[in-house]
Design a protein around this ligand. Sequence first.
Ligand code: HEC
Ligand code: HEC
Ligand code: HEC
Length: 331
Amino acid sequence: MNCHGLDGRSAGADIPHLAGQRLEYLQLALKEYRSGARPHAALQQLFSQLDEAQLANVAAYYAGLPRIAPAAPVTTADLEKARDAAKSVCASCHGDDGNAPQAGVPNLAGQHRDYLIAAMQAYKEGRRKHPVMDAQFSQIDTLGMQHLAAYYAAQPARPLARKPSGDVAQGERLSAGCGTCHGLKGHTLNAETPALAGQDPQYLLAALKAYRDGSRAHAEMREMLAAVKESDLVHIAAFYAVQTPSAEPVKAALTATEWAERCDRCHGPAATPANMVVPYIEAQPRSYLARVLRAYRDGHRHQSAMHAMGMPLTDADIEAIADYYAALPPR
Ligand code: HEC
Ligand code: HEC
Ligand code: HEC
């Protein structure tokens, strides 16, 4: 009751709704938790106290409840509110549209939404520290940060207008190993890794130094920069700063709707997959959907069809697909 509610409504963004879920799927899931085939210590403990008939009753109870309507997606009104907040609180440093006017302050325009959210959360929780940013998010909740991030991610980024210090050609050579994560010329594809193309050179240099000396904690970045001389960092910063930023936010290869056509072969209203018990996924909390898709993809939750389906998904695809299904009306 504390987590799934008496009405089958999830009490948290990471917990699935159970109301109106397909009966056979609930029966299967409960049995798998009880046997440990689907590992979850708390649920195994809970269900080991129920016999076969009681499990069937619990499943029937939730399956019989009316489904829960989806949470409201980000609306134009949300974005307008975020823009007003951005203009009154953040613009003095980051510019009205996230193109920062001062050297040393990062541009936020066109940056990946997921990365921006993670960066704000890190400041808020004190995992990332900066005298100026430390206090910015004390009054802003997760939803507010998501809206701010969505606002900035959608703004067009302007290319750098001045010439940075540092040697661009040398920077290109030194950054040969960075593209696996940051993409060609800093056009990062992964939504959780920051795009670097056109970023302010003084900010880039400060960030590189901070990773190198550990004051900004990140194991992979620290390792990447361990072999680079301090005096060479300025060239890397110059190389990324002069690249033209993406004109629009990076698109996944397939849109969420195109992915959904593939998912709906099993999950859709018209699907009749043989020998498979398939759950309804419409109107589940988006964060639950995203977490579960990552778990299948990364092999933390085992089911061969879903693992195969998840393999090609980037984090950006997963976010988009979760947005898509979370906003669909329940069946
Ligand atoms: C007084 C100036 C100032 C204000 C106001 C300010 N920022 Fe910042 N912001 C900075 C500076 C400087 C940095 C770089 C800090 C660092 O190196 O960690 C930064 C970093 C960031 C980053 C990390 C960017 C990256 O690429 O990692 C985000 C996200 C951000 N700010 C968002 C905001 C938002 C949203 C607001 C308004 C709620 C805001 N900031 C208000 C100066 C400011
Ligand atoms: C294994 C993947 C990976 C590799 C390789 C990698 N990076 Fe990163 N980089 C990241 C991630 C993830 C972050 C965000 C870390 C954080 O939250 O602070 C990041 C952050 C950064 C930032 C901060 C940007 C900002 O907006 O604050 C810079 C600058 C950067 N990387 C430059 C480089 C350079 C230069 C190289 C090559 C020498 C490199 N990276 C190689 C994954 C990688
Ligand atoms: C070949 C059939 C098939 C395809 C295609 C498929 N799924 Fe699944 N999906 C399943 C089955 C079977 C399960 C139940 C697996 C289990 O018991 O863990 C499942 C489970 C899930 C769950 C877990 C739901 C819950 O409440 O625990 C989610 C979320 C999901 N699928 C999303 C998707 C998405 C998104 C796609 C498209 C990218 C997709 N699936 C494509 C068969 C499929």
